[in-house]
Design a protein around this ligand. Structure first.
Ligand code: COA
Ligand code: MG
Length: 288
């Protein structure tokens, strides 16, 4: 399975300074585990957290999960050392914060020059400056390791001066723009976190909103969010039924050479056949 084929329904952050959380993450059904060195780690714990993240990757035991380390920015006292340590590790991806321009991606890419070819570069989309630059940032995927974006709605809310309510009204245009820019350049894209980790009904509604907007999955902060998130971002029985019906209908001799047909009372075009095949392929790759 290539990285871009992997299910990325759920991406659990945890502070890399929290050994108990790392041990627990190895047993949880998240598709992605993100060992955080940035927002979740206090300045006095940064060096220790970096060592713990690198050691955790070396020890492994994350099974099929993709593992990422979120570094501190290159404009902080810890960024350069984080990037050097990560480049020398066998982690799947490095996630970098507060990218606002194509030049930022180039700078992180250059800092990873010595890393194994398989190391992916993922970036947060969480600054106001990034919003007007989404296409230029995403286009860097053609010439760098960039392969995935994660929305940072908490930082966006802070910079915008906006309120992060359950409906996320101020953010909806930004979510759409980011999904379109990501897709235009073949990037995967994950939605931001829901801070209300005790309120699973609110969480589920927010995850469903992310699915509706086209995200591959959602970033998470607590183990209780994983099961509902995987459920929301897995193809439903109804979707799989429709996909199978579209594929069977296009395979009928009477539909050979047709671009648009009727399937169970609704129009299906060749683009829907494409979507149906992708949905079934995704479902086949989901094991938990
Ligand atoms: N990853 C792995 N394990 C986690 C976890 C996480 N993100 N969050 C909580 N746990 C574990 C706890 O260690 C605890 O384990 P235990 O049952 O073995 O003792 C269990 O899950 C229950 O935790 P709970 O008591 O419900 O949560 P808490 O009050 O201890 O912690 C947070 C709440 C928000 C501080 C914590 O979930 C957290 O640190 N989340 C990640 C924050 C983060 O990384 N932010 C950066 C990106 S926005
Ligand atoms: Mg942030």
């Amino acid at each position: 399975m290539t990285p871009s084929d992997r299910p990325r329904r759920s991406a659990l952050y945890l502070p890399a300074s929290n050994a108990k959380a790392i041990a627990k993450a190895r047993t949880l059904p998240a598709d992605i585990v993100i060992l955080d060195l940035e927002d979740a780690v206090a300045p006095e714990m940064k060096t220790e957290a970096r060592g713990a993240a690198i050691a955790a990757v070396r020890e492994g035991c994350f099974g099929d999960r993709e593992v990422a380390i979120r570094a501190n920015g290159l404009d902080t006292p810890w960024g350069a050392d984080d990037l050097a340590a990560i480049a020398g590790s066998r982690v799947d991806a490095v996630l970098v914060p507060k990218v606002s321009a194509a030049a930022d991606v180039a700078q992180y890419h250059a800092a990873l020059a010595a890393a194994p070819a398989a190391l992916q570069l993922w970036t947060m989309i969480e600054t106001c400056g990034s919003i007007a630059q989404l296409d230029a940032i995403a286009a860097m995927s053609a010439t760098t390791r960039l392969s995935l974006w994660i929305m940072g709605t908490n930082d966006l809310a802070k910079e915008m001066g906006a309120r992060l309510t359950p409906e996320r009204t101020p953010f909806l245009p930004l979510l759409s723009l980011a999904v379109c820019a990501a897709r235009a350049h073949g990037l995967a894209i994950l939605d931001g976190v829901c801070n209300e980790f005790r309120d699973i009904a609110s969480f589920r509604a927010e995850a469903e909103q992310g699915l509706l907007y086209g995200f591959d999955g959602k970033s998470l902060i607590h183990p209780d969010q994983i099961a509902p998130c995987n459920d929301v971002f897995s193809p439903s029985e109804e979707e799989l039924h429709r996909a199978a019906a579209v594929i069977s209908a296009f395979a009928l001799p009477e539909n050979a050479g047709k671009g648009a047909i009727r399937v169970e009372g609704k129009m299906a075009e060749l683009l829907h056949l494409d979507q149906a095949r992708r949905l079934i392929a995704l479902a086949e790759r989901i094991t938990v």
